[in-house]
Design a protein around this ligand. Structure first.
Ligand SMILES: C[S@@+](CC[C@H](N)C(=O)[O-])C[C@H]1O[C@@H](n2cnc3c(N)ncnc32)[C@H](O)[C@@H]1O
Length: 374
């Protein structure tokens, strides 16, 4: 199942035609290699389809955990263009406030994390699971630190590097291909480490947190937003299980863990816990999931209307009709419409999980590596 880095890169270049991809969603999906795209969609689906969340066997779950690289990479190979189209270059949620537009809110969430780390100009900082580099570029500009983005997905790395060059940040950022469960860095390499909604893809949280602990310098801080189920989640409740399994399936996650398990994993990895707080538990007027509800009434400026419109019923209908039409005429690869549907499931389940308070995308934990490690 696992491929070498060279095989992975060669496949990514065939699938996405790295040099060809430019423009918006339609330009990108119509330029994919059709056979490779169909294969990757089928490969992703076989981890999930037909499996009843209430009676899923341990074996089925184990297949996802032990093939986490293949599963998650397949997911991002099909979903990345849709994420960028629907959400932008930072693939994460945030809190929203009145009179603050969508992209300001996204950036504030990144600045808030940088503040937890007390990042100073010249520091060497690691971004674990960096996506297409939106947060890395923002935090680099905000703090003046050097940011290394680590990511398992070649296509995202290619996009991150290109965007960094486009805005003149190629000497202040670098993007490295690697698995966060086996980081390709020396011990004690970074002054600070952050992760935004990425470590939830780990099959075991101790694994990724332990790697962060190893590569962080003694006295350094790790701050991150974790996707978790909360104490309100009851796995014996069929509705809860359907929603959480829907989030796992539609977001490429082997298994979501409880906030208490994540906190324990941080301690087990050796960190001193500085703070742990679910930022989704608040009295904000605007919820973190409002864009996914397609609630145009909460858009704060004209540009937010365009972002939120894509997630309204009408917006989703238009995308489905366009993508489906292109697929029917053989212009977009088979599986494009299915990908759009997977992402709609993601949106619906995240909203349901948020409304019930059984899921959070922003369990903020801050841990410190002690100065002396036994
Ligand atoms: C939801 S995205 C968040 C990306 C980024 N932090 C952001 O906020 O824009 C999750 C990221 O984790 C990366 N990822 C998942 N599993 C990984 C692994 N085992 N090693 C490295 N990166 C991984 C994915 O490729 C993806 O870029």
């Amino acid at each position: 199942m696992s491929q070498t880095f060279e095989e992975d890169l060669a496949f990514s270049k065939t699938l996405h035609k790295h040099e060809a991809e430019r423009g918006g969603l339609l330009a990108k999906i119509t330029s994919k290699d059709k056979e490779a795209f169909e294969n990757v969609v089928n490969n992703y689906m076989r981890y999930w389809v037909g499996k009843d969340p209430m009676s899923e066997s341990e074996e089925e779950k184990e297949a996802r955990r032990s093939n986490y690289t293949n599963m998650t990479n397949s997911y991002y190979n099909i979903a990345t263009d849709f994420y960028e189209y629907g959400w932008g270059e930072s693939f994460h949620f945030c809190r929203f406030y009145p009179r603050e537009n969508f992209y300001q809110a996204i950036a504030r969430h990144e600045h808030y994390l940088a503040m937890q780390l007390n990042i100073k100009p010249g520091m060497k900082v690691l971004d674990v699971g960096c996506g297409v580099g939106g947060p890395a570029r923002e935090i680099c500009q905000f703090t003046g630190a050097h940011i290394t983005g680590l990511n398992n997905n070649d296509y995202q790395i290619c996009r991150a590097m290109r965007s960094a060059v486009n805005i003149g940040l190629e000497n202040k950022t670098n993007f490295i291909k690697g698995d966060f469960m086996k980081m390709p860095f020396e011990d004690n390499s970074f002054d600070a480490v952050y992760a935004i909604e990425a470590t939830c893809h780990a099959p075991k949280l101790e694994g990724v947190y332990g790697q962060v602990f190893r590569v962080l310098k003694p006295g350094g801080t790790f701050a991150f937003y974790e996707w978790c189920v909360t104490d309100k989640y009851d796995p014996t409740n069929a509705d809860h299980r359907r929603i959480v399994r829907g989030i796992e399936y539609a977001d490429g996650i082997p298994e979501l863990f409880k906030t208490s398990e994540a906190l324990q994993a941080l301690k087990n990895a050796g960190f001193e816990v500085i703070s742990a707080e679910d930022l989704a538990v608040n009295d904000d007027q605007i919820t973190w999931y409002y864009p996914l509800e397609g609630d145009m009434g909460k858009a704060q400026c004209i540009w937010d209307f365009f972002t939120v419109f894509r997630m309204t019923h009408l917006g989703k209908f238009c995308t489905r009709a366009l993508v489906g039409g292109l697929e029917t005429f053989g212009i977009a690869p088979t599986g494009s419409l299915q990908t759009q549907r997977v992402l709609e499931t993601a949106g619906d389940c995240l909203v349901e999980g948020g409304r019930l308070g059984i899921f959070t995308p922003m369990y903020l934990m801050v841990g410190k590596k002690p100065m002396s490690v036994n």
